[in-house]
Design a binder for this molecule. Structure first.
Ligand code: GLU
Length: 326
């Protein structure tokens, strides 16, 4: 087991410099669709990076708690892939990018399944599959899985959960659409309740860096050594994160940053550099597409400075490796 959060000086300096440079950016607005999210202080900003071999760097509000929201989607998808296999999951949810908004009431044309697991319909389909497979323990098992990926026990933010459950009519409509299409057999209300709960798990930027590094490290948490996800699940999950992880900004993200990632309306963002590192950013002001503005810019700067883009000349992370020689 690696020492938790052993800092690496030069990487730390780079993260601190990017944080200081972006601190003044105030574009975007805090999500207000529920009061509990509208109350989050907009200035909070934290960047954390954990490498697959356990080196850590951070700057700013990396221990501030926020709700994971849609950043939970890749992790529940990976859990479902591990539990149910690729074939069963592919029947329930596609892997196609979708042009519509993330919460659109639409299924793939000609097929009774959502486009992909990174949009709400897909994530609720995954939740329905998990409820079906795990019964009454579904939420506790989801929580245990995400906690193992983060390396600590994650709590449910009761206020956000209650608020989502009281106001989430569109997500309920999606659950009924999916139930009607035969995507899962459990009651629609059960599936959407699991989805509301998974979205309301409280995390920090540090947690997201560890969760991202767990994906980067082929499913094994680099700090605890826990084997959280299997190789096939990680490969499929990173693939859909790459093409579908950033709402309507996914194409732009691939060109600018070029690594798998997932954002959430709570201001969280996780990015994964295969075999190398996880990045977790928290910044509550989100753009029109729902992506945290400073989170996008921080990842873009890190990708530029470290040569992380998947199609960078040379190997991904080629400029990172000398930095990590301690
Ligand atoms: N709980 C939110 C919803 O389903 C999550 C949205 C998001 O982060 O994209 O509306």
């Amino acid at each position: 087991m690696n020492a938790p959060f052993a800092a690496t000086g030069r990487l730390h300096g780079m993260v601190a410099e990017i944080h200081a440079r972006l601190q003044a950016v105030t574009e975007g607005a805090v999500a207000t669709y529920i009061p509990a999210l509208a109350a989050v202080p907009p200035e909070l900003f934290g960047i954390a990076v954990l490498t697959a071999d356990g080196a850590f760097a951070e700057a700013g509000d990396t221990r501030a708690r926020f709700t994971i929201q849609s950043v939970s989607k890749p992790f529940t998808y990976a859990l479902a892939l591990d539990l149910l296999g690729r074939q069963a999951m592919r029947q329930a949810v596609g892997v196609q990018p979708m042009a519509e908004a993330f919460n659109a009431l639409v299924l793939e044309p000609g097929r009774n399944r959502p486009f992909n697991p990174m949009v709400n319909a897909g994530a609720i389909a995954v939740a329905g599959q998990l409820c079906q497979a795990l019964g009454a323990t579904a939420f506790e098992q989801v929580r245990a899985c995400l906690s193992a990926a983060a390396g600590r026990q994650l709590d449910l933010d009761e206020d956000v959960y209650r608020s989502e459950a009281e106001t989430g009519h569109r997500n309920r409509a999606l659950a009924h659409l999916l139930h009607g299409a035969g995507v899962f057999r459990v009651p629609a209300e059960e599936a959407v309740d699991l989805y509301f709960r998974q979205c309301a798990l409280a995390v920090t930027a540090r947690d997201l860096a560890v969760m991202g590094a767990t994906m980067a490290n082929i499913g094994t948490n680099p700090l605890t050594g826990a084997e959280v996800f299997g190789l096939d699940a990680v490969r499929d999950t990173l693939s859909v994160m790459f093409t579908c992880g950033l709402y309507d900004g996914a194409g732009d993200w691939i060109c600018r940053v070029g690594v798998p990632a997932k954002s959430g309306v709570g201001g969280g963002l996780v990015a994964v550099v295969n075999r190398l590192l996880g990045i977790g950013v928290f910044s509550p002001r989100v753009d029109a597409a729902g992506n945290p503005v400073r989170g996008l810019r921080a990842c873009e700067a890190l990708a530029e400075d470290l040569g992380l883009h998947l199609f960078e000349a040379g190997n991904p992370g080629s400029r990172l490796l000398p930095l990590l020689a301690r």
